[in-house]
Design a protein around this ligand. Sequence first.
Ligand code: SAM
Length: 460
Amino acid sequence: MSLQATTAALDPTLLGEVSSAIADRIGLHFPEERWPDLARGLRAAGELLGFGSPDGCLRWLGSRALTAGQVETLASCLTVGETYFFRDPASFEALEREILPPLVAQRSEAGRFLRLWSAGCCTGEEAYSLAITCARALPDLPRWNVSILATDINPSFLAKAEAGVYGEWSFRGAPGWLRERFFSPTSGRKLAIDPIARAMVRFGNLNLAEEVYPSIRSGTDGMDVIFCRNVLMYLTPRHQRQVVSALHRCLGEGGYLFVNPAEASPFLFPMFAMETVGGVTLYRKTSQPGRVESGPEPVPPEPPPPPMVVPTAPARPATSARRATPKAAVPPEDPLDLARARAGQGRLEEALAACQNAVAAGRTDPAAHFLYAAICDELGRTEDAIAALGKVLYLDQDFILAHHALGGLYKRLGRRKESRRHLAIALELLSARSHQEVVPGSDGMTCGRIGEAVRAMTGA
Ligand SMILES: C[S@@+](CC[C@H](N)C(=O)[O-])C[C@H]1O[C@@H](n2cnc3c(N)ncnc32)[C@H](O)[C@@H]1O
């Protein structure tokens, strides 16, 4: 159905206002091309809220601040409830085989506890898959305190999750042993979760767009592992950054964040170290985010890259925009070094000014513009980031990292055609190089690795 047909009866000005009110309160991103989805959800919300016409509901929602109850109603009409058990099995295998064993060995003498969180848990399949994975990894489970927090904004999803009773559809793609070992049939030809796995999970309502976490009260602190998969993709760029940074604070040192590969972005996870574990890309909280520690699996032949790559001038220490630089104690003279140092300290406005000085001082290497783009993105200035990446490509049209970054930024903005074009160019440029070759100007990232990231973004 065309956008016009679906939204025909609704006032576009009001639709725009409601879309930004929804973005503010729930974080959900409804750019114009998703207005048909928004209109559909608002029609359903209008009925639940007792409005005769969707336009009436729209006018009312656009005219006042949303109450907590309305946020819940809107969330239940606008969120996407697609989920199933052991979705993306490689993530659960990496957790069971690589992440949990060293953690369990370390905690078996000290505390015997594990803390996991399914953030955006939907109807609970992901949270119970985590519980079952822990049960499989812990032969002496009763001696352990395994706490799995599962939160969502949609109360109807949470009610289903609490009940723990599922139909066939939730088991699509699930391993054969799952039903037999962890479910029992109910009278309605459904399957109920094993009570031991059920008891490991605690469900709660939490709006990820609100800055209410980490907190001891909600139990969102000191996490070992957070799964926040297929959630960021629905949020505005500003909320994606806010959520990732809050989740970073929720993790304990060494903790892991799992996202969907399509949500991986060159700019979104600068405070994390990126690791590839069992073929899955994970984000790890370390005291030195730029330095990638070897993952628990045998170290691959090439060093895993940091999430965000900023080009380096020859003989200058490479760094990412957020990375602390060893030079911080002595202010560097070169404006680009200064920009990197300030970015590493999180002083982004100063970093931006230093980048501008580098350009004003006649620096024509694309690195200055690329760093500028990275900082703009960090500050939420997406259009400026895109413009700066355009300058990078004006100076060097084969700058692989700029094509990669533009692919990610356009994808986030829903500009699929442009995203695909830049990702295709990045892949073409990469195909002319060997897997082991370091991407020019990057911080040790190999062509093989960046190729994986680009392919994940294209869904290939
Ligand atoms: C597609 S489901 C993903 C479920 C599960 N994580 C998975 O990957 O299978 C997305 C979930 O994110 C939730 N969600 C969307 N916006 C949210 C917000 N602001 N706060 C909390 N949950 C949110 C939705 O309600 C929905 O349950």
